[in-house]
Design a binder for this molecule. Structure first.
Ligand code: ZN
Ligand code: ZN
Ligand code: ZN
Ligand code: ZN
Ligand code: ZN
Ligand code: ZN
Ligand code: ZN
Ligand code: ZN
Length: 339
């Protein structure tokens, strides 16, 4: 009963928020693009803290925000005679191609991006007392990647005139030379996301952007994305990694979901419902049926029956006792518990 790992994600109806890389592709997987970038510091800074950035409330769109944003579609030509276009894609870090570093107010030091800061100052910081993550809303300054001049954040360098990114969101202090990601700023999320504005809608209940294909089909859970992954505990709303929404509506990293299935764990860590769509679980249950059939119980147990409650359909039934598992007599799920 190993789950077919590869397929699972696709079967789940989820949307992944893909940030950087959004893969839509997999069938049902819907990508929600998030980008992770630094989110929005909107002008109103009131909001929450750190990571969450969600500006849920933000409505204003910030004009400014996209200010400078030049989002061009993927292949568009760049006018190389324009000095603002010097150095496109030649600067940046493993996370982003950009021509400015952000100055972390907490450390008063420049980093290419918040992930670089958080890796250095949190993930890899050995002193627990010094660990901290960047408050993106507090970003005010940048350092030009070409001329090195530190300055107020802007779309272009005041010294050498270079553009800091082909896409720029000043609300988020986000710059990116890779326009194929089709970044856009969602004012309701309060952050920039990837994947193209027209491919997403902002669900006000979930308080997150989802692929338009999910508009009528996703399970709406209040603030569902404003939660930590139940496996690795990372905050999901602005995670860079692809995220799945399980059929129950709970959210989880795609890779964390996969690792659950690889360990033959098919229940949502939050609510115990099955983690994949009914069709995908069907295949798992069929394998369990075969295991049960090929492992008959000893004679003294053959007539033993037990009461179970199904985690998927919530129905009770009485079924033959078996050490491998108990199959719901109503819906066929093995995701059941003894009563
Ligand atoms: Zn810092
Ligand atoms: Zn410069
Ligand atoms: Zn933005
Ligand atoms: Zn949104
Ligand atoms: Zn929703
Ligand atoms: Zn996770
Ligand atoms: Zn759940
Ligand atoms: Zn059932």
């Amino acid at each position: 009963m190993e789950a077919n790992g590869e397929e699972q994600p696709a079967d789940v109806e989820q949307q992944e928020l893909g940030d950087e890389e959004l893969h839509h592709g997999d069938e049902e997987a819907i990508v929600l693009g998030d980008i992770d970038d630094e989110d929005g510091m909107e002008e109103e800074e009131e909001d929450d803290d750190d990571d969450d950035d969600e500006g849920m409330e933000s409505e204003d769109d910030d004009d400014s925000d996209s200010a400078g944003a030049a989002d061009e579609p993927s292949e568009d030509p760049v006018d190389t005679s324009d000095p603002a276009n010097r150095g496109i894609k030649m600067y940046g870090c493993e996370h982003y191609r950009r021509r400015a570093m952000i100055v972390a107010p907490c450390c008063d030091k420049p980093f290419w991006c918040r992930h670089c800061h958080n890796a250095a100052c949190n993930d890899n910081e050995v002193d627990p007392k010094k660990r901290h993550v960047l408050d993106r809303k507090a970003l005010r300054e940048v350092v030009c990647g070409l001329c090195g001049v530190r300055q107020e954040k802007a779309s272009h360098c005041t010294q050498c005139g270079v553009a800091f990114g082909r896409y720029t969101c000043l609300l988020c202090s986000f710059f990116d030379d890779d326009v194929t990601k089709e970044c856009f700023h969602c004012k309701d999320c309060g952050i920039c996301r990837v994947g193209g504005r027209s491919n997403f809608f902002h669900c006000r209940t979930c308080n997150c952007c989802y692929a338009v294909q999910l508009r009528d089909s996703h399970v709406c859970i209040e603030n569902s994305m404003h939660a930590n992954c139940p496996v690795c505990c990372e905050f999901l709303f602005d995670s860079i990694k692809p995220i799945n929404i399980m059929p129950c509506g709970h959210t989880i990293h795609q890779e964390c979901l996969r690792s659950l299935a690889e360990h033959a764990t098919y229940t949502c860590p939050v609510c115990c419902k099955s983690i994949m769509s009914a069709a995908a679980m069907e295949r798992v249950w069929e394998e369990m049926d075969m295991s049960v059939q090929s492992n008959p119980m000893p004679p003294e147990y053959q007539t033993t029956r037990v009461g179970i409650l199904c985690n998927d359909c919530q129905q009770r039934s009485t079924v033959p006792f078996h050490f491998i598992g108990h199959k719901c007599a109503v819906c066929g799920s093995y995701n059941t518990r003894r009563t």
